[in-house]
Design a protein around this ligand. Structure first.
Ligand code: NAP
Length: 237
């Protein structure tokens, strides 16, 4: 039986590479993009892979989330990867003061929370029955080690707190879905050379995604509610 992955924010970066690697592994992939007019490499991928379905989804737009869930209907999703996320306004140097104590821009903070935390939870709620109807029953959320209270001193208040809150919420989702045998895992992809990597990064996207896929392939109920890096390291909360 062919397995189905649904990957949010798949038009570039880690989401695009996740789509590519799951397609290469023979999965059906539902790849979502916020703007269907700017699909970049996803269109090329669709030409190589007829088992790629591209869908519009904006995490910050309730109508978009509801419409996406309606279009999916009863389609089983073996693996939901909550990948889409934002850092906040870029370029970094000109905008980072909006996330630093003393000069916090509260609209920026609200916008980042709306996508990374509320939006991710909203999509997870909207698709949980699709996951429950599948054989694998996996939900993987890409958080960030920067959201760790015990292990990160990154000063970007909006981004890091959005991921810390997401971590807490996902541990509650994990406990809530335990009786239904749905695994809910939280993962950090490492510091990856994508647009989110802000011009830096110590991991290539292919290596990060290979590591994430390896972790995902070994997930069991015992891993539900855990927070791990792409290389398997446990990240303190
Ligand atoms: N790269 C890193 O070093 C790193 C480290 C730790 C965690 N992460 C996490 O890994 C995930 C992927 O990061 P990345 O490096 O691939 O980032 P990226 O290259 O910036 O890509 C982010 C993706 O999310 C999408 N997105 C943004 N806002 C959205 C919204 N409102 N609705 C739907 N999609 C939206 C973007 O779509 P558009 O093209 O339309 O903007 C894009 O497809 C993120 O959750 C990020 O926080 C990354």
């Amino acid at each position: 039986m062919t397995l189905t992955a649904c990957i949010t924010g798949a038009n570039r970066g880690i989401g695009l590479e996740l789509s590519r690697q799951y397609l290469d592994a023979g999965w059906d992939v539902i790849a979502t993009a916020r703007n269907l007019d700017a699909l970049d490499d996803l269109t090329d991928l669709a030409q190589e892979h007829p088992n790629l379905r591209i869908e519009q989804l904006d995490l910050g737009d309730q109508a978009s989330v509801s419409a996406f869930a309606d279009r999916l209907g009863n389609q089983p999703i073996d693996l939901l990867i909550n990948n889409a996320g934002i850092f906040g306004p870029l370029p970094f140097v000109e905008n980072i003061q909006k996330q630093r104590f003393g000069t916090v821009d509260f609209q920026v903070w609200a916008d980042v929370l709306a996508v990374n935390t509320l939006g991710t939870l909203n999509v997870t709620q909207a698709l949980v029955e699709n996951v429950a109807a599948s054989s694998k029953k996996l939900i993987v959320t890409l958080s960030s080690g920067a959201g760790s209270i015990g292990d990160s001193d990154r000063p970007a208040i909006a981004y890091t707190s959005s991921k810390a809150a997401l971590n807490k919420a996902m541990t509650i989702v994990a406990r809530t879905l335990k009786d239904r045998e749905i695994v809910v895992a939280i993962m950090c992809p490492g510091y990856v050379r994508t647009r989110m990597g802000l011009g830096g990064g110590d991991v290539e996207v292919e290596e990060s995604v290979s590591g994430l896929r390896s972790l995902i392939s070994g997930l069991t109920m015992a891993d539900s509610g855990t927070f791990r890096r792409y290389n398997g390291d446990v990240i303190p909360w």
